[in-house]
Design a protein around this ligand. Structure first.
Ligand code: SAH
Length: 341
């Protein structure tokens, strides 16, 4: 059966027409789901009993169960959700001064194979549906009795490898009758699937695009991120420039600093050359070492030198705060886990 949370409002209206129901009823259902946070059709008391019965016959409503919840010393919380088919995914809630940010997963596992990331080395199972992406936010809001103000697609998976479901989920998050989270409060992070960068530029969704760059030469980037062999740096940067031209939006470049790998002044100089003149921001991430990983975090001194060099050359760079590392919830530490791992 179709999960009602898989539908954008426009698509839900079409479904309602097919069922012989009025489209404005779809708006009411949308409000129940995303504004009043209903978890069953029974609760939708301004709909007739007949309509509620009809909906129950045609749609499932998937509400996640929490398999595990962990809390870090810094207040970051990590949730493991049961996807009803034996799969599970992790989602991370972070507190910032500007509100609560949820780091959501887009796939069960990941095919990209980045050498520094814990989501590599676990089997890829499947894409998440739009409903499963949206439900990560709803389930955390229910559990924590809170409102999520920002959503980042930086959990497990490559959002651009599940493009349609991710975009559809963003439309549900973004809609005033949906979760009403402004596009400017939504970020998509990609390892660099170039054709989808051009696609996103045409969607007219002013969300933030983050590019996981991590290296400035093809040799080094291909070692760290196999996707670079398919879409090398020149093609990636060309797409980024086009994206900025079309959307007039700044791109955020993520650069995970690993000791004696990509953290010396030569790398910083190359990065300046790559980004010169672009509407860009650099997010420096002290790399988190993963089990059996070869990459080790740069020293604080090198991280700050790297940042200061970029800033001195007019490239805005900040160091990302490390949150949740004591519960394996920091960047790159998420895995698809089941209860006994
Ligand atoms: N597939 C998407 C989203 C992944 S995670 C992407 O590649 O962008 C979000 C960010 O965390 C990415 O920039 C990713 O490269 C980074 N990351 C992954 N593993 C990391 C690690 N061990 N330490 C620091 N950052 C890491």
């Amino acid at each position: 059966m179709k999960n009602i949370k898989d539908f954008s409002l426009e698509k839900l209206k079409e479904e309602f027409l097919l069922l012989g129901e009025k489209p404005y009823r779809a708006e009411q259902v949308f409000e129940w789901l995303y504004q009043k946070k209903a978890t069953s059709f029974e609760e939708m008391t301004n709909l007739s009993l007949d309509l509620r019965e009809n909906l129950k016959k045609h749609f499932a409503m998937h509400n996640f169960n929490i398999l595990r919840k962990q809390e870090s010393k810094d207040g970051t919380k990590k949730f493991l959700f049961d996807l009803l088919d034996g799969c599970a995914i992790e989602t991370v809630l972070m507190e910032y001064h500007h509100g609560k940010t949820l780091c959501v997963s887009s796939q069960v596992g990941c095919k990209m194979g980045c050498k520094f990331c814990a989501s590599t080395g676990i089997k890829f199972d499947r894409n998440l549906t739009s409903g499963e992406i949206v439900e990560q936010i709803l389930a955390v809001e229910r559990e924590e009795n809170c409102t999520i103000s920002n959503v980042v697609f930086m959990g497990i998976g490559e959002p651009f490898d599940n493009y349609d479901n991710v975009i559809n989920a963003i439309r549900i998050l973004n809609h005033p009758k949906g979760l009403n989270i402004g596009a400017r409060h939504i970020s998509i992070s990609t390892s660099g699937i170039v054709p989808r960068i051009y696609d996103l530029a045409k969607e007219n969704i002013p969300c933030t695009l983050s590019i996981s760059l991590h290296a400035t030469t093809n040799e080094k980037r291909s070692q760290m991120m196999p996707i670079n062999k398919k879409y090398p740096i020149e093609e990636l940067m060309k797409a980024c420039k086009e994206y900025i031209k079309i959307t007039n939006k700044r791109i955020s470049f993520e650069y995970a600093l690993a000791k004696e790998n990509n953290d010396n002044l030569e790398d910083a100089k190359e990065l300046v050359k790559l980004l010169r003149g672009m509407l860009a921001h650099v997010n420096l991430i002290p790399i988190n070492k993963i089990e059996n990983g070869v990459y080790v975090k740069s020293t604080n001194e090198n991280i700050l030198k790297f940042r200061d060099y970029l800033n001195s050359k007019g490239i805005v760079a900040t160091v990302r705060r490390e949150l949740g590392s004591d519960i394996d919830a920091a960047c790159g530490q998420l895995r698809r886990k089941n209860l006994n791992t």
